[in-house]
Design a binder for this molecule. Structure first.
Ligand SMILES: C[S@@+](CC[C@H](N)C(=O)[O-])C[C@H]1O[C@@H](n2cnc3c(N)ncnc32)[C@H](O)[C@@H]1O
Length: 181
């Protein structure tokens, strides 16, 4: 897609923000907007000191709060292509709210990528929750595309595949929510 703006909810240490910003640097265009309910001072300092900071804006607040959404929207110029990655609170309720809010930010043909839908499959492993079989991003994704027909789950095709594995091996099953109308 080579978007103009990538919005990511969930910043933590900023690893993925820096990664996306560095891809934009290689492309010679693009900006990243990172949203987190709590940007810890040492993480903010490290992100702000990084050479890729020139391509990054940080917003502190809950990703679904109206004032946060207004700040995100204000950073997007008319006509810009936007891609969204959801990697904040992975409860079903929060991801569903995020899909409803951020789905309106993207244009037809773009995606909201809801990460970490693998949770149901790893329930029972150390540090997992008893409710992970239903309380996860994947159930939110499925409910969202059922309620809003402007969106479908459609993974981008592989640019090439020289192996025998044809499906995606991923922590993010059905993550690519594409806007089709
Ligand atoms: C999985 S980490 C993000 C990791 C980051 N995307 C990376 O790969 O480098 C999740 C982050 O979501 C944040 N978070 C939790 N609830 C949130 C909310 N309601 N709105 C925004 N961020 C939230 C947490 O503070 C935490 O930093």
């Amino acid at each position: 897609m080579k978007p103009d703006v990538l919005v990511e909810t969930g910043v933590a240490h900023g690893g993925s923000l820096i990664f996306y910003a560095s891809l934009f640097e290689a492309m010679g265009k693009g900006r990243v907007v990172g949203v987190d309910i709590e940007i810890r001072p040492h993480n903010r300092q490290a992100i702000e000191a990084h050479p890729m900071k020139k391509r990054i804006d940080l917003i502190e607040g809950s990703s679904t709060a109206p004032e946060v959404l207004a700040q995100v929207k204000a950073l997007i110029k008319p006509g810009e292509t936007v891609l969204v990655v959801l990697d904040s609170n992975h409860t079903k309720a929060h991801v569903l709210d995020e899909l409803r809010a951020y789905g309106d930010l993207i244009g037809v043909g773009s995606y909201v990528v809801a990460t970490d839908g693998i949770m149901a499959q790893v329930k029972g492993a150390p540090r997992t929750g008893e409710d992970w079989d239903w309380n996860n991003p994947l159930t939110a994704i499925h409910d969202f595309v059922a309620e809003d027909k402007r969106f479908i789950v459609e993974e981008p095709t592989f640019p090439f595949n020289e192996g025998v594995v044809t499906g995606r091996v991923t922590y993010w099953p059905d993550a690519f929510v594409k806007r089709i109308a």
